[in-house]
Design a protein around this ligand. Structure first.
Ligand SMILES: Nc1ncnc2c1ncn2[C@@H]1O[C@H](COP(=O)(O)OP(=O)(O)OP(=O)(O)O)[C@@H](O)[C@H]1O
Ligand SMILES: [Mg+2]
Length: 475
């Protein structure tokens, strides 16, 4: 086991590290990432890291360090990473041997740097034979997690002050870098050997003002990701308006005069998601809680959803908007002869659902309108962890050139809370009101102006009456 503390480096000359570069380079943890905006000084930090690691005094005289420097494609490795290394960072008179045909160099103290690409299985398989003191990855968002895991197994050079894997990257949504390096900081569950430092383009004082001004003219999504290093912005993102600092609120107790309702997406194989809504006096929506459960049967979902609807010790009845396809009477029941729907099954267990509207485009537009309103009309409690994860990763399908004119569609992955979100928001659309199986004004529930109407006994009866099959069974 190494000593794991890096000695101060005296080879900077007149140069000076930026603060985030210094923190990244001297961090004693095994795996450390520096992630952020373009031009933030990441490649420079990685090369300086290589120099610091390669010039550390060795623990015993025998070993020399061997450091692998990686980038996905050779042309970029050669034209950016290696160029910064040879032309800006490594003093030429420290180099004993430079071999450009085989992409390695050796310092006078014996440290060997090997520059490699990790594009494709062939290149990656060649990396499995090294006995390394460190591996350093430029643009690590282009690496997959398996390659990273494999490189971790190569860190086994003995007598090295610090064996380490260092990564620099631009953010790329909620990828494996986010999961392994960023998420522990969000959840507060830090992983001992992992560290993360973040930078924006503006943290690099060596960039010129006109370069920074030009970046400000780029589209917002691009700026959020490439200038400000946002993990929540990526190409094809559906809810680009969503901002954690604006739309997420702490768990709170809900005033009793706020109207409550639920929205439900039932999954047979996929998770079932129920969202719990509250509408404040100004008509803004607050998503206060979620139920999110993979597998399971309707009886258990219904019971758990009711358990989440307890206020002051009593189960409350709220309207529950659901996927209209749940009302298709395609199931066979043992107890009655007629066909049966999933909605009937929920009703049997005391949860009377209302058809929402499943127009995906209109639903998404309505959510976006609420998010972008000023002040926003949609807030999400920090308790809704699955909803928050999905809203930041929800993405359009890749549009192929021959699909021009075709309608955009969301990717059907991790969208259960997203579907429930649409069913809830569509509950107030005129179209959704029209397709309800009852008229709340007629049954005396509410004045038709505020929506959804408060839950009353009359309303409950009206909804129940649409469940003929369910009514016939006793529950
Ligand atoms: N500590 C420093 N001292 C002097 N110049 C620096 C320093 N750090 C970075 N620079 C300069 O800032 C510029 C941008 O740095 P660098 O290329 O490392 O950024 P980057 O984050 O890797 O950018 P990209 O996202 O485009 O890959 C370069 O011209 C580099 O020489
Ligand atoms: Mg770079």
């Amino acid at each position: 086991m190494g000593r794991r503390r890096l000695q101060p480096f005296d080879g900077l000359g007149k140069r000076e590290l930026l603060e985030h570069q210094r923190q990244f380079i001297y961090d004693p943890r095994r795996y450390v990432a520096l992630v952020g905006g373009v031009g933030g000084g990441k490649t420079w930090a990685l090369c300086m890291q290589a120099l610091v690691l390669g010039t550390q005094p060795f623990l015993s005289s025998g070993q020399r360090n061997q450091i692998l420097v990686l980038r996905k494609f050779y042309p970029e490795l050669r034209d950016t990473t290696m160029q910064v290394w040879y032309e800006e960072v490594c003093p030429p008179d420290w180099i004993a041997q430079r071999n450009d045909a085989e992409n390695f160099c050796v310092l006078k103290n014996g440290t060997r740097y090997i520059f490699r690409s990790f594009e494709g299985a062939n290149e990656i398989s060649k990396l499995t034979s090294y006995n390394l003191g460190a591996f350093l990855v430029d643009q690590a968002e282009e690496m997959d997690e398996d390659t990273f895991n494999m490189l971790c197994t190569r860190l086994r050079r003995r007598d090295i002050p610090l064996r380490t894997g260092r990564l620099v990257a631009n953010t790329n949504g909620h990828d494996w870098l986010y999961r392994r390096f960023k998420l522990p900081y969000i959840t507060g569950k830090l992983v001992p050997d992992y560290g993360l430092f973040e930078c924006t383009t503006r943290d690099n004082k060596y960039l010129t003002q006109d370069y920074l001004d030009d970046l400000e003219k780029l589209p917002e999504l691009w700026r959020k990701r490439y200038v400000y290093g946002s993990w929540d912005a990526f190409a094809g993102q559906i809810y680009g308006e969503f901002r954690r600092e604006v739309h997420v609120e702490p768990a709170r107790s809900i005033p009793s005069n706020w109207v409550r309702f639920r929205s439900l997406d039932h999954g047979v194989v996929n998770p079932t998601c129920c969202l719990f809504w509250a509408v404040d006096e100004a008509g803004s929506y607050h998503l206060v809680d979620e139920y999110y459960q993979g597998g399971g049967i309707v009886r258990d979902h219904a019971a758990a959803i009711k358990q989440c609807s307890v206020v002051d010790g009593a189960v409350q009845n709220w309207l529950t908007y659901a996927d209209p396809s749940m009302f298709a009477r395609s199931l066979q029941s043992d107890s009655i002869s007629e066909a049966w729907s999933i909605a009937d099954e929920y009703a049997k267990h005391g949860l009377y659902l209302i058809r929402s509207n499943n127009d995906v485009q209109v639903g998404i537009d309505s959510v976006r309108e609420c998010l972008s309103a000023s002040p926003p009309r949609l807030y999400i409690s920090e308790r809704c962890t699955n909803l928050l994860e999905e809203i930041t990763t929800y993405q359009w399908k890749d549009i192929r050139p021959n699909m021009v004119g075709g309608r955009e569609r969301p990717r059907k992955v991790n969208d259960h809370a997203m579907d429930a979100l649409r069913y809830g928001i569509m509950s107030m659309s005129p179209a959704a009101k029209k397709i309800l199986a009852y008229d709340p004004v007629m049954v005396g529930a509410g004045d038709g102006k505020t929506w959804p109407p408060p839950f009353t006994e009359k309303l409950e009866l009206a909804i129940r009456s649409s469940y003929a099959g369910a009514e016939r069974t006793s529950f």
